[in-house]
Design a protein around this ligand. Structure first.
Ligand code: ZN
Length: 132
């Protein structure tokens, strides 16, 4: 996977805002943004900013982590309901797996998710951290 530094910079901003999609026909919000509405299939979707805070609805601890991500294991994958009701699947960080519980308050933050050491390119993405 080759990603240019310029693109990384552009996406860094986009990701930090926690951008989702909004369907212009049915008005539903969804994350991540897609080119078609997952509810009605409409292609008229626009990007919109979502609230960064939410609560954990459910979670799973992933011990089998792909090559390149092993130093991050185990990964906590959570289904999070944002303050406006939009559901997001993301990873939790800055928390021990045994401390995660249903209903925990979390907040989106921008974290290094992957590093291409040869070219010094660092990929950032949204992760969620506890707010309590
Ligand atoms: Zn729709």
């Amino acid at each position: 996977m080759k990603i240019s530094p310029a693109r990384v910079w552009r996406e860094k901003n986009a990701r930090y805002r926690l951008e989702g999609g909004r369907c212009k026909r049915c008005g539903k919000l969804f994350y991540p943004p897609k080119t078609a509405c997952p509810y009605c299939g409409c292609l008229e979707v626009e990007k919109t900013e979502l609230p960064k805070r939410g609560k954990v609805l459910s979670f799973a601890i992933e011990h089998g982590v792909p090559e390149g991500f092993r130093h991050q294991a185990p990964i906590i994958v959570a289904l999070i309901e944002l303050e406006n009701g939009v559901k997001v699947v993301s990873t939790l960080t800055d928390v021990n797996p045994e401390e995660v519980y249903i209903g925990m308050s979390v907040e989106a933050t921008l974290r290094r998710i992957w590093e291409e050491s040869d070219e010094g390119i660092i990929i950032y993405g949204i992760k969620f951290i506890p707010t309590e």
